[in-house]
Structure formats: structure tokens, C-alpha cells
Design a protein around this ligand. Structure first.
Ligand SMILES: NC(=O)C1=CN([C@@H]2O[C@H](COP(=O)(O)OP(=O)(O)OC[C@H]3O[C@@H](n4cnc5c(N)ncnc54)[C@H](OP(=O)(O)O)[C@@H]3O)[C@@H](O)[C@H]2O)C=CC1
Ligand SMILES: CC(=O)N[C@@H](CCC(=O)OP(=O)(O)O)C(=O)O
Length: 344
């Protein structure tokens, strides 16, 4: 199989390279750039010396048509313009950006503050939350890979909402991310002296993942929810921990929540159900495609505390993208992704 990566020089792109390098079905991997044509990749990224000593290529439609799969890992607002001529024509496309996730174009305009992709192309895209959308992913010409926060939140709340165990109309999500979630372009927010020894909240009540999470809850559970969702920046490089709170239905116990998770994810190797709260944390999934989920009822308030962790660059981006490629092409989901978390 021949794969191309647009945005290879970004954090998501580098993670795609790390995993695809070990994917047994990938016979050729080419890297594309909008700014560094001809530059030898390993001269920019020394950790890839003797591994990716190849020149970066110019993005060109005729060339891209010859690939089996093209991954796009570019800032929002790029693929809405770049991809329409390619979709459904040659390669399967997996887009890591937010440009094709929201089905309602007005939502995209409102939350991303950018011009949306054409409606007919958005209509062809399939939301790539692998564990919940396998059947549609198999046939998709274009996969809208989920955002990092939505992946963590949805994998932990969807089973409980679907089974009516929690009430999503009062769902409150408190999420925290490492700084690599903001990409490789330095900003005031991600500057070392602003993030080091600082734990901050950002985009209060205005995060672009709010409509994505609400849309997915409706698609996968048939329930309309209006959520409170806030995000925090943690002075670490990788990882997301999301804590969600919701009232539980009458008579529901912690055992019911755990059993619901175990049943939902029994065929899904990348979602691990954690029963000991002391073993949940971002270092348990670092560098891997795992999402760990945990839930416990607070008997005093009759609310559930729901926790999930992922590596934002793996299950939250490149790993899930490759998991989706495996589903599209009929390979087992774990091919190329079967790595042990880094932990320390
Ligand atoms: N970081 C994360 O944890 C996650 C990120 N995402 C999303 O994935 C996408 C990529 O994220 P990330 O890797 O962090 O971003 P980065 O900013 O690290 O990298 C993006 C890359 O896109 C390329 N690029 C920039 N402008 C253009 C353009 N006009 N045309 C083509 N390529 C362009 C650049 O490479 P070059 O200059 O070589 O072209 C750049 O290296 C984003 O949309 C992000 O929101 C999703 C989930 C998690
Ligand atoms: C830490 C940090 O800044 N994280 C980013 C996640 C970006 C992302 O994945 O957003 P889209 O793919 O939807 O563009 C943020 O909160 O915006």
C-alpha cells in the first residue's frame, strides 16, 4: 500500500510517520509540504536520521491521485479548500483537522470562525470515532478524524448515555490537555515561560469541540444534549484527562456503569475499562492508542464522576487515523498500533 501525508512536519504528521513506519502493509510512504519542498525530512527532524532521509514533496493533485490513502494533518481551514477535487476520485482520505466533522456548516463558521468546506463534500465525510462508527468507516471516501478532546469525552460518556444510565442534559465536562495539543507553531499561550508552572483555563464556554461532542451524542445515542465543556492547559507535553459529571438514573450503581463499559467495549482492544481510580492517568496511555475509561457514582450527590485519558497525538489524532485506515482497508484494527505505553 502507498500512503501520502500532507502536514508531515506537524506533530500529528510526525506521529503518523512513527506508526506507519512499522505498519506491515505500508510499502511506500511519501511526505508532502506547503513550505519546505525538496528539504530532506531527517535534516529537519534528526530523530528520523536513516529512517526518513527523503525529500519533502510539493502538494500536487496529479501525484496524490496515485496513492491508496492520503492523510491530511493541517491546521483548520486548509483541507476545506484542498480536498474537494480529490474526494471520491482516487485515494481514501483521512483528515485529522476539524474541517469535515461538523455536518452543519453554520456551526463550523460559528465555532471555527472560518469559511466551511462545500456542503456536498461534508455530506460525504464519515466521523471517524472508530469504536462507534465502524460500518460507515468501511465505505467512507473521506474520514473526518475526531478532535482529541471529543475522542476522550465521547468514548467515556456515550455508552452510559446510550443505555440511559446518566442524564446528559446536565453533563458537565472538565478537560485538561498537554501543550502538544496546540500543534508545533509557538504562540503566547504555548511559550515555555507562560506554560511552565502554570495551569490555566482557555476558550471558556467557547471551545470548538462543544458542537462536535453534542453532534456525536445525538448521532450515536439519539439524545440531544447541551453540554458545559471547558478546557485547561497543563504544563506537560502529551495527554488529555477529561472528567465528566452527570446525574445518574434512579437505582443505577457503579457496578452498572462498569458493566456497561465492559459490554460496549468487549470487542474493542483500544478502550480499557479501569476499575481502580489509582491507576488512571495520562502516563498510563502515553505514546499509545489506548483510551482508559473509569466511572464511579458519588452516592451523596447521586452524580457519576466519569474519567477518561488518551494521548492526544495518538488516540486523539494519528493513532485513531491509522485505526480508521485499518478498518477502511479490512485489516485488524491493531495493525501497526500494537505498542506498549511509555509510562515513564
Ligand atoms: N495536536 C493535537 O493533539 C491534535 C491536532 N488535531 C488537528 O490536526 C491538525 C494537525 O495538528 P498538528 O499536527 O498539531 O498541527 P501542527 O501545527 O503541528 O502542523 C500542521 C502542519 O500543517 C502544514 N500546513 C500548514 N499550513 C498549510 C497549508 N496551507 N497547506 C498545507 N499544509 C499546511 C505545516 O507543514 P508544512 O509547512 O510542511 O506544510 C504544519 O507542519 C490540526 O487541524 C489540529 O487541530 C487533532 C487532534 C489532536
Ligand atoms: C491544547 C490545545 O490548544 N488544544 C487544541 C486542540 C486542537 C484541536 O484538536 O482542534 P481541531 O482539530 O478541532 O482544530 C485546542 O484546544 O484548540
Amino acid at each position: 500500500m502507498k500512503v501520502g501525508i500532507i502536514g508531515a512536519t506537524g506533530y500529528g504528521g510526525l506521529e503518523l510517520i512513527r506508526f506507519l513506519h512499522n505498519h506491515p502493509e505500508v510499502k511506500q510512504m511519501d511526505l508532502f509540504t506547503s513550505s519546505d519542498e525538496g528539504v530532506i525530512f531527517s535534516s529537519k527532524f534528526g530523530h528520523l536520521l536513516n529512517i526518513q532521509d527523503v525529500p519533502l514533496q510539493k502538494i500536487d493533485y496529479e501525484t496524490l491521485m496515485n496513492y491508496d490513502v492520503v492523510f491530511t494533518s493541517t491546521p483548520s481551514g486548509v483541507t476545506s479548500k484542498l480536498l474537494p477535487p480529490l474526494v471520491g476520485k482516487g485515494p481514501k482520505i483521512i483528515d485529522l483537522s476539524g474541517d469535515y466533522r461538523l455536518k452543519n456548516l453554520q456551526d463550523y463558521e460559528k465555532w471555527y470562525k472560518k469559511e466551511p468546506a462545500p456542503q456536498e463534500i461534508v455530506d460525504k465525510s464519515v466521523y471517524g470515532l472508530t469504536e462507534w462508527n465502524e460500518e460507515n468507516i468501511k465505505e467512507a471516501p473521506l474520514i473526518a478524524n475526531p478532535g482529541c478532546y471529543p475522542t476522550a469525552v465521547l468514548l467515556s460518556v456515550l455508552p452510559l448515555i446510550k443505555e440511559g444510565l446518566i442524564d446528559p442534559s446536565f453533563l458537565v465536562v472538565d478537560a485538561k490537555s498537554g501543550v502538544s495539543g496546540a500543534g508545533n507553531k509557538p504562540t503566547k499561550m504555548t511559550h515555555f515561560s507562560e506554560t511552565n508552572e502554570n495551569f490555566s483555563i482557555y476558550k471558556i464556554n467557547e471551545h470548538q469541540h462543544i458542537p462536535e461532542i453534542e453532534q456525536a451524542i445525538e448521532i450515536f445515542t439519539n439524545v440531544k444534549a447541551t453540554i458545559t465543556f471547558n478546557t485547561h492547559l497543563v504544563p506537560m507535553t502529551r495527554g488529555i484527562l477529561a472528567t465528566s459529571y452527570a446525574p445518574v438514573a434512579d437505582g443505577v450503581t457503579t457496578k452498572d456503569l462498569i458493566e456497561c463499559y465492559l459490554e460496549t467495549y468487549k470487542r474493542h482492544p483500544f478502550v480499557r475499562v479501569i476499575t481502580d481510580a489509582n491507576t488512571i492517568g495520562t502516563s498510563r496511555v502515553k505514546g499509545s492508542n489506548y483510551c482508559d475509561v473509569f466511572a464511579k457514582i458519588d452516592e451523596r450527590t447521586n452524580r457519576a464522576t466519569i474519567v477518561s485519558v488518551i494521548d492526544n497525538l495518538v488516540k486523539g489524532a494519528a493513532g485513531q487515523a491509522i485505526q480508521n485506515m485499518n478498518v477502511q482497508l479490512g485489516y485488524p484494527q491493531t495493525v501497526g498500533l500494537d505498542v506498549v505505553p511509555l509510562f515513564i
